[in-house]
Design a protein around this ligand. Structure first.
Ligand code: AMP
Length: 211
């Protein structure tokens, strides 16, 4: 076993907000993952590499040991499910909320509803806990469109500023849960590369709590 350590991160807001935390922990990619089309990057630390992949693939890579660590949104982690990953640190980045939203004037009156969402597991648990009968339409993006074209009565989606909802005539009915990105660790890596992994967790954690 080499002392190679692979960290999986997704492009976009998570990458942008993870890079300064990694830099504080002494890990700096040798070229910018934000502009390069490469998918794997060497860093200032010999043996430590960064993978840039799709957000929903981060838990898969880490669970299967293709990456030792990863950064993933709590939304993605809940939808991925299972108990194969350690989640030792809330990085407090890419913060937003999972929310129920519907066209202005919509009321939950107890009748069966149709919900468009990418987050079927979170949405199903939410409606089940409230005893509301719901059918789900799984979408991979542009959920806001669904109520406007009759595909669903309401949506469950991530909301940050609320601008996307407002621009599409939707209003937030309820926050389902706050969301932030978490550091995840492969269980075998935590054992086999304990010193290296623990050191990185501690340095990242010092950066998070220094904020
Ligand atoms: P906003 O218009 O600022 O409320 O942002 C909402 C849009 O951005 C929705 O389409 C969300 O899916 C997406 N979004 C907001 N925050 C995040 C996040 N932390 N991770 C992934 N997508 C997000």
């Amino acid at each position: 076993m080499t002392n190679r350590l692979i960290i999986a991160v997704s492009k976009g807001r998570i990458l942008t907000e993870t890079l300064p935390l990694l830099a504080q922990a002494g890990v700096v990619p040798t070229e910018s993952p934000e502009t390069s089309r490469k998918l794997i990057f060497d860093t200032s630390v010999p043996g430590v590499q960064l993978l840039v992949i799709r957000a929903t693939d981060v838990p898969t890579f880490v669970d299967n040991g293709a990456a030792d660590l990863g950064v993933a949104g709590k939304d993605v982690l809940i939808e991925y499910g299972g108990d194969g990953l350690y989640e030792p640190l809330d990085l407090r980045i890419a913060c937003c909320r999972m929310a129920l939203a519907a066209p202005e004037g919509f009321v939950l009156d107890g009748s069966r509803i149709r919900v468009a969402t990418k987050y079927v597991r979170i949405a199903a648990a939410y409606f089940a806990a409230r005893g509301i009968q719901a059918d789900f339409v799984k979408l991979y993006g542009s959920m806001e469109l669904a109520p406007l074209v009759g595909l669903a009565d309401c949506i469950v989606d991530l909301v940050d500023t609320g601008n996307t909802l407002r621009a599409n005539g939707l209003a937030e009915l309820e926050e389902i849960m706050p969301i932030s990105s978490r550091l995840i660790v492969n269980k075998a890596s935590m054992k086999m590369k304990h010193e290296q992994v623990r050191g990185l967790i501690d340095r990242l954690s010092a950066g998070v709590f220094a904020e």
